[in-house]
Design a protein around this ligand. Structure first.
Ligand code: ZN
Length: 317
């Protein structure tokens, strides 16, 4: 099987996961979690978002979290923003990587923002200018890139138009996101191949929700297409306010376990990642969407058979 040898994982549970949870983590708990993630080897951590606290109260303390964490060298701490005000907040608390987002659904974007996705992206120019002036890296995400409840499948040409709009404002790190949980592996493989061919200058990320149980299969399809950057969430927490029945991101520990079994390097300690996921589940206090937390690692099943037992079985014959 042709696969990439190594992937880079971004833990998005603190943002994409927790923003959909009724239970709010304290600022202290968030800071502890970020530091535990960096200690476990996570190379990229989405700490929170700088958006309206009225819209997303769970993320209101993102600035405080950034001020409280112990930054580890080589780790990228990023936050989601919606506009230039988000860049201001990033500058003020020392966040050096921000991410914008647009919905690939024209219907969704017209209803919410009264403009097409590409027009939305062109308005991001102000954020890019502000961020670059402050030395802050900026990336973009295209949510519903694989389908939306309003359009069903999104035409490849529509996704390309959004990518071109991102490139036009100077953003060349782009995430293809399946917030609606509608992506399936052959589609992922084909879209990834096409995007890589058409835009070799782009640094790609993939972001899958496990709404219909296809999260890991979609990641595997992405790996076969040569994509190396993936988002996942501890314990598979999360959902999406716009999508009925939406599940969280692929669970981080399930993804790490799959990679460990296949010999794909992540640089992350699975046992420590599982500890973090367990502590989050403990705080949230409800069942979660993680196979590993239920069943443990395959390796944990391997036990030595006591020699006496084998002898007995042999003599019984
Ligand atoms: Zn998401």
């Amino acid at each position: 099987m042709e696969l990439v040898k190594q992937i880079t994982l971004c833990e998005v549970g603190l943002r994409d996961g927790l923003q959909n949870e009724a239970t709010q983590l304290s600022t202290e708990e968030k800071i502890r979690t970020v530091d535990a993630l960096s200690a476990a080897g996570f190379p990229v951590i989405e700490v929170g978002s700088f958006v309206s606290p009225k819209a997303v109260p769970q993320m209101a303390d993102t600035d405080e979290v950034f001020r409280g964490i112990s930054r580890k060298d080589g780790v990228e701490y990023r936050a989601l923003i919606a506009n230039a005000r988000g860049v201001d907040r990033a500058i003020a608390c020392g966040c050096s990587k921000v991410k914008l987002n647009v919905s690939a659904s024209t219907a969704h974007n017209l209803a919410n923002l009264n403009c097409t996705p590409a027009e939305s992206v062109s308005r991001f120019a102000e954020c890019v200018d502000k961020a670059s002036a402050a030395g802050i890296d900026i990336s973009g995400s295209i949510s519903m890139a694989f389908g939306s409840p309003w359009d069903r499948e999104i035409p490849v040409e529509a996704v390309k138009e959004i990518v071109r709009a991102y490139l036009a404002v100077g953003i060349d790190e782009i995430s293809l996101s399946d917030a609606s949980g509608m992506a399936y592996p052959t589609q992922v493989y084909d879209l990834c191949q096409e995007m890589r061919r058409s835009f070799p200058q782009v640094t790609w990320w993939l972001h899958f929700h496990n709404t219909r149980g296809l999260g890991l299969a979609n990641i595997l399809a992405g790996m076969q297409a040569g994509f190396t950057r993936y988002d996942s969430a501890f314990a598979g927490v999360g959902g999406c306010p716009f999508v009925p029945g939406a599940a969280g991101n692929v669970s981080t520990e399930d993804l790490l376990h799959m990679c460990d079994e296949m010999g794909v390097k992540t640089g992350i300690d699975l046992d420590r990642a599982m500890e973090i996921s367990r502590s989050i589940v403990g705080i949230l206090g409800h069942p979660n969407d993680s196979y590993l937390l239920r069943a443990g690692k395959s390796n944990d099943l391997i036990r030595e058979i006591p020699t006496g037992q084998i002898k007995n079985q042999v003599t019984k014959k």
